[in-house]
Ligand binder design. Structure first.
Ligand code: F6P
Ligand code: MG
Length: 329
């Protein structure tokens, strides 16, 4: 009999500070099931993938499903011991009052892909709330990722999956519609140590830092180049899908800073994208940096802070840092 998420949490969340985390996770899974159902009926239900004339806090066009997901997870947070709800879709954290956790969330990651029927997801991070954060809720989102109590992401794809870490390994749960619950898929997830895949939006090549361009050039040179072996490239453009593939097959993902206007710190958001993914990746034996420094030790300058983001197999992430330290040609 596979282990249910509730039973896993009963065992794993056995410290006083993890009890509210467990309660919150159960509420998040309920919202995720609603979002999955909305996605699977998009086009025939009220929540289709079309754009609505609004922009989110990042200036991106919001889609009906973005708003649906945001509302579903906000409601989940209200039912849980969450003090503040910090969402990609909201300019400022929403203060809910009672509760001892700060939730940072990307309610529908990859939603720009929604009409193409590829996997999208929800990424979340749970942080402690200190007395000072009760006075200024936004301060809770200036904590480094190494303070996260739990983090993870849902993948809305061929399967509804939850990738979760409470800081002692990363585990994957699968939703079973018949019983209506999430069940453990494998005891502990660990990134394959040797990989021949990389993931980057190569259309930005002309804007990349020279160290990234040289690293990718050396991968592309394959067995004729300095790496002496061939690599494959995969890029979905939906962070949850690219992360899940790397958890299964290893490899490396790069979204570096680049020279385009507005990309001086890359594209991805630290509190609700890089921190939770970095936590899951490290707990699965991988590494995550901004190119040189560990993501989880960086102090974000607020809920919507951006960071260059590189993660995956430890050896490749370390090698990319070495390229960054080399003098430019
Ligand atoms: O949330 C931002 C996001 O949609 C990620 O899911 C994805 O990794 C990235 O942006 C894709 O960005 P780009 O379209 O610039 O490659
Ligand atoms: Mg996103």
């Amino acid at each position: 009999m596979p282990l249910s998420l509730e039973n896993y949490l009963d065992d794993a969340a056995n410290t006083p500070e993890l009890k509210p985390v467990a309660k919150t996770l159960v509420e998040l899974t309920r919202a995720a099931v609603k979002v999955q159902q909305a996605i699977s009926t998009a086009g025939i239900s009220h929540t289709d993938g079309s754009a609505v004339p609004e922009q989110n806090a990042s200036g991106e066009t919001q889609k009906a499903l973005d708003i649906f997901a945001d509302e579903a997870f906000l409601q989940a947070a209200k039912n849980a011991p969450v003090f503040s709800y910090g969402s990609e879709e909201q300019e400022e954290p929403v203060v809910l009052g009672a509760g001892e956790l700060a939730l940072a969330i990307d309610p529908l990651d990859g939603s720009s892909n929604i009409e193409t029927n590829v996997s999208v997801g929800t990424i979340f991070s749970l942080l402690p709330v200190l007395p000072a954060h009760k006075v200024m809720a936004c301060e809770a989102y200036r904590q480094p990722g190494n303070r996260q109590l739990a983090a993870g992401f849902f993948v809305y794809g061929a399967q509804l999956l939850l990738v979760l870490t409470l800081g002692a390994g990363t585990r994957i749960f699968i939703y079973q519609p018949k019983s209506g619950g999430f069940f453990l898929l494998n005891a502990e997830t660990s990134l394959p140590g040797d990989s021949r895949e990389y993931s980057i939006n190569a259309s930005n090549r002309r804007f990349w830092p020279s160290s990234v361009a040289r690293y990718i050039e050396d991968l592309e040179a394959g067995e004729d180049g300095p790496r002496g072996r061939n690599f494959g490239m995969r890029y979905v453009g939906s962070l949850v899908a690219d992360t899940y593939r790397i958890l299964q097959r290893g490899g490396v993902f790069l979204y570096p800073a680049d020279e385009r206007q507005g990309y001086a710190k890359g594209r991805l958001r630290q509190t609700y994208e890089a921190n939770p993914i970095a936590f899951c990746i490290e707990q699965a034996g991988g590494a995550a940096t901004n190119g040189t420094a560990r993501i989880l030790d960086l102090v974000p300058d607020g809920l919507h802070a951006r960071t260059p983001f590189i993660f995956g197999t430890q050896g490749e992430v370390a090698l990319i840092a070495e390229y960054a330290g080399l003098p430019t040609a």
